[in-house]
Design a protein around this ligand. Structure first.
Ligand code: GDP
Length: 296
């Protein structure tokens, strides 16, 4: 991820650090290049504009440019603003609520929702010793509930028994009850997706939310869809309300536009990233580490 951006920014910023004195004009020229590199990485235009404006404001001015190593100072400003844009601190899953804590997974079909549900369950079970129950609320796709059951078997996590004919809200109620009676710490609800956002999907999500009262609502979005992922997060947040984002297929994303603009546009944190198909290919999203990686 960020390969091309890393190359581009690296050479632009090296051009600055390689020189003794800098003028306002030098910085402005470099920032124009930075702006172009970010746009080519598919970062949202409004985010790029805000970013370069803030860097320019801090970098252009007597103190920085007259310092002993002005280039390094500018690079530090870019680094700090990148972290700011990415959301500053890592935000972990919040399971701080009376058990069973309900986590609701939402997103479009094919975004990696079911896979991510399995990954999170595995991580909570193995690393945090949580007792987790999985439930598929996808009654639309015939194989969906079965797919989650298989994932549960693979990862050693319990799944709610399938009862044919039940609707999503009914299943959510049954999952909550089973989790309470079974002494589960966490129940993860894998909801149905669609190929695109439509009204029935939003209504269904709102009904499930009202019934299940989730503590976390995680939007799963495909990193490869770039700004569409960002717009999707905004729509889901406006209609359903989300508490965080999981960006999937980051392993195949050479540009990184969604990761870079998600927080700044939606105000919601990327909590986790999917970096492969395997059940342990899930990582925390650390703004400072990502900024380090981008700046090499
Ligand atoms: P859903 O329809 O949203 O539940 O999507 P699935 O969980 O069924 O995932 C669709 C496909 O994406 C599957 O082939 C997954 O293996 C794959 N997938 C999910 N997450 C990732 C990821 O982080 N990286 C990669 N490379 N593939 C992923």
């Amino acid at each position: 991820m960020f390969d091309s951006l890393q190359d581009r920014l690296g050479s632009i910023l090296n051009g600055l650090t390689g020189r003794g004195a800098l003028s306002d004009k030098d910085v402005s020229a470099a920032l124009r290049e930075v702006r172009r590199a970010l746009l080519e990485a598919d970062v949202s235009l409004e985010v790029v504009r805000g970013f370069t404006d803030r860097v320019r404001e801090k970098a252009v001015g007597a103190e920085i440019l007259k310092s002993i190593k002005p280039g390094q100072m500018v690079v530090k400003i870019v680094h700090d603003e990148l972290i700011e844009m990415l959301g500053k601190d890592q935000v972990a899953l919040d399971l701080n609520a009376p058990a069973p804590v309900v986590v609701m997974m939402v997103g479009l079909q094919g975004s990696g929702k079911t896979t991510t549900t399995g990954k999170i369950a595995k991580r909570l079970t193995e690393k945090q010793r949580k007792k987790v129950l999985l439930a598929s609320l996808d009654t639309r796709r015939p194989a969906a509930q079965e797919q989650l059951k298989v994932l549960g078997e693979q990862t050693g996590v319990a799944t709610l028994p399938i009862i044919a004919g039940q609707g999503p809200v009914e299943i959510a109620g049954r999952a909550e009850q089973a989790a309470r009676l079974g002494g589960y710490d966490v129940v993860i609800l894998d909801t149905a997706g669609r190929t695109h956002i439509d009204e029935p999907l939003m209504v269904e999500m709102a009904e499930i939310k009202a019934r299940a009262k989730p503590h976390e609502i995680l939007l799963v979005a495909d990193s490869l869809t770039g700004q569409d992922a960002v717009n999707l997060a905004r729509s889901f947040d406006e209609r359903v309300g989300i508490t965080g984002i999981v960006l999937t297929r980051v392993d195949g994303d050479g540009r990184g536009g969604a990761a870079l603009s998600m927080r700044a546009v939606t105000g919601k944190p990327i909590k986790l990233i999917g970096v492969g198909e395997k059940m342990d290919a899930l990582e925390d999203f650390h703004p400072s580490r990502i900024a380090d990686r981008i700046l090499g």
